[in-house]
Every structure is written in structure tokens, then in C-alpha cells.
Design a protein around this ligand. Sequence first.
Ligand code: C5P
Length: 233
Amino acid sequence: MELNKISEGKTKIVYNYDQGHVLLRFKDDITAGDGQKKDILEGKGVINAQTSAILFRLLEKSGIETHYVGMMDERTMIVKKLKMIPVEVVLRNIATGSIVKRLPIKEGEVFEPPIVEFFLKDDRLHDPLINYSHMEYFKLLNRKEAQYIEELMLKVNEVLYNFIKNKGFILYDFKLEFGRLGDKLIIGDEITLDSMRVRDEKGRIYDKDLYRKGADLNTVKNAYEYFLSKIMS
Ligand code: C5P
């Protein structure tokens, strides 16, 4: 089938499919630091597509709508065509990553309730933190929509956290992106080890932090594969 490319990001390519759907092809690229560090991790596209599919199906089963429709092949997802909003929404259960650099918060502090943050997707500006006023000013989300998304993030967290806990891991944080379909706001993009932080009880890392911190590619791949094998069973 002749595929018509709509856009290409750092780790995924979007192709036209039919009127209401696009294809999302997961590449083997792994990147960090707004694309400054990058490598090819053979097979990662398949692992991430499969991981995402499992977690999207889990959310759908729990009554949370996502863009997921089905799989075209092992690394290509059929998804609803959304008008994506260039905002990254992060939920944090346990402090690590950018928040401990930005605020007087110690690594490992537990957030109860979890903290939700919004970031503008802009590699050049390193995805700055934004608030309701900024989102209204840029016509990204109005206050009511932003509050709806915050509530949805908490619901998603309940589902993901418990599922992942049952598999023997702790969900530290995750990032979602949203898009518009008519007047609905729907979860798009991906849910993978590139976009969430997962550790085990001993604090061992299974997510992209391994790559960010300079682990060799094999270690990263093994962690991604191990996590996928656990959530598949
Ligand atoms: O770097 P930071 O601590 O803000 O990341 C919070 C969460 O969002 C992490 O799970 C990280 O993997 C994810 N994230 C992402 N894409 C980005 C920045 C962060 O998926 N551009």
C-alpha cells in the first residue's frame, strides 16, 4: 500500500489512512535532550508500539477514550485523526527529573495528591512549563478544558499506577498529549517507556532515564523488553 506521509517526529511517523484515521509508525530512534542525543535502537519501534497498544487498550477498557483503534502491523498503530494540541501534560507521583531541578523538592518525595504540570511543546525553548493563563493566551486550552485534563490525568494515573504495580513496578511519572476530535479532548500520541518513568521496588530504572543517564543501548533495550514482557503476561 502506498503510504502518504503527513508528518515525521523524532520517534514516530504519521501517515494518512482514511478520512477519520491516521497511521502512527514507531521508529527505532531513541532521543534525549530535545533531540541533542540520538541513537538507533533496533527493535525499539516494535517494543514501543506494543507497549503503547497494551496501555491504550487498558485505558479504553477502563472507560477512558484514547485515539487507539488497532494495529496495522507490529510497529504501526491505526489511530483516530486528532487535531493535536502542542502541550505535554505530566503527572508526577514521585519526584524525579525536571521538577527536582526547578523547585525545592527532593528526589523521591511522594506527591499525595499527584502533581500535574503543563509544558509547551517547543524543542528550541526546551519545552517550558506553562500555566492556565499561557494556555488561554496561546489559544491552546481554556481554563475549563485544562481542569478537565487535570482530572483525566488523575483517572489515567489510577488505572496505570495500579496495573503497573501489579506487574511489580512503580510508576513515578508519565506524560500524555491530547488532541481535539469535534468538541472532545482525547488522549493521543503514545504511552511508552520514553514517556513515563518506571522503577522497581529496589529503585532499578526501566525507562528512558537509562538512556538519558548514559547506559549502553543493550541495557536500555533489555529494560524496555523486560517491562513489555511483564505487562504482556
Ligand atoms: O523531564 P521531566 O521530569 O519533566 O519528565 C516528566 C515525564 O514526562 C517523564 O516521564 C518523561 O519521560 C516525560 N517526558 C516526555 N517528553 C518530554 C519531556 C518529558 O515524555 N519532552
